[in-house]
Design a protein around this ligand. Structure first.
Ligand code: COA
Length: 153
């Protein structure tokens, strides 16, 4: 994860590497957005393919994107924005950042899973050219289905 540096994307906003000190902030963001939040140990897990960044606004962590970049393929494992800051373009900044990093690493495809009921996220991904190529029935604990989506870059 060495070459990632903090990147100013717009005034007062910084996308930077996740640090273990961010675990509580990231946990809170996940907790308020997902019915079955990750445990803190999961948030801290990483391997050589991990790509983990947070979005800071005026020094506070308000967004998170965790992914993996495995040579020509990448996965988005988590993207979330603090509720009070949703709908203001921060999700787009995180996704654009990840797509840009993947392009620079010659990644050919980015994969993700998303609930078919999660209109906000599905719209966000479609806006950037992700296509759904399969459905996993009853994938989530609430019985909802998941789209498998891919962006070819
Ligand atoms: C999904 C999420 C990351 C998007 O981040 P965000 O900062 O709220 O979204 P943005 O303001 O950047 O908007 C990005 C796009 O999402 C879609 N979107 C955002 N809010 C929406 C809403 N209320 N209804 C429908 N689509 C919406 C739009 O396509 C929008 O693009 P546009 O404004 O150009 O039309 C964020 O809402 C979130 O954290 N949701 C809960 C966690 C989650 O579901 N994560 C994804 C799991 S796969």
């Amino acid at each position: 994860m060495g070459e990632k540096k903090g990147k100013d994307t717009r005034e007062g906003v910084l996308i930077r590497d996740f640090k273990k000190e961010d675990v509580d902030c990231v946990y809170k963001i996940i907790e308020e957005n997902f019915p079955r939040p990750w445990i803190k140990e999961q948030i801290l897990l990483e391997n050589i393919f991990s790509y983990k960044v947070v979005l800071e606004k005026e020094g506070k962590v308000i967004g998170v994107l965790f992914g993996e970049i495995i040579y020509e393929e990448a996965n988005i494992l988590l993207i979330a924005v603090k509720k009070e800051f949703q709908g203001k373009g921060f999700g787009k900044l995180l996704l654009e950042h990840f797509i840009e990093i993947c392009k620079n690493k010659n990644t050919k495809k980015i994969f993700l899973e998303v609930s078919t009921d999660n209109k906000k996220a599905v719209n966000l991904y479609k806006r950037y050219g992700f296509k759904d190529f399969s459905i996993r029935k009853k994938y989530y604990s609430d019985g909802s289905d998941a789209y498998l989506m891919v962006l070819e870059i």
